[in-house]
Design a protein around this ligand. Sequence first.
Ligand code: URA
Length: 233
Amino acid sequence: MTTDEMQAQLLKAVQGLKTQVTNRESLSATIDWNKKVTVAQPVKIGSQTKDELLNAVCQEMGDCQCCPLGKTRKNLVFGQGNPEARIVFVGEAPGADEDEQGLPFVGRAGQLLTDIIVKGMKIQRKDVYICNILKCRPPGNRNPQPEEIGQCEPFLKKQLRIISPEIICALGTFAAKTLLKTDIPISVLRGRFHSYEGIKLMPTYHPAYLLRNPSAKKQVWEDVQMIMKEVNL
Ligand code: URA
């Protein structure tokens, strides 16, 4: 190799290195330590936060004995999640695991709902709010009775008014029928938005139904994608 050739190769290598360094510098963020960062403040309704208002409703329910389920439950399952959630999932009623832990959707169906939220929607479970039509477990997981729904619904209404989400996802027949006041089957209701007190409501199949009918997951995914689109996820 001649001296000229060596010089040309060296120059090329130095130029390549310079380009790499320049690119890295332009990619790395410059941190402005003096810049003021705005931390989102909890939304207040009057003088109280949504969290405080929800706690007040939970206190109001206390050791609720409005219906006979008060005698048979282990724990009242009020709800769980972000009081300022943009999306609220409403299920049917606590099952054995939920009754045991006092938390909604923590059993097998709950794991599937969590997967839908975390793996499908790519958000965290704590970012949404999860609750049920009934706050107490019907013995043997039987269907909720109209009288039980009638006694429990006012508390759900209060929860939804306080959270005032952008979207409600009604999981299964009982949630959809109760919130929309209709007898139209979930298979007909799902796949489009309805209105619940001015809030967009998407009915879809219950996760427990999906455990028995995995082929319906495709339709639930379609419904969930419509929700994601609506809230720009
Ligand atoms: N099924 C429901 O509808 N709700 C729960 O919390 C658990 C299972």
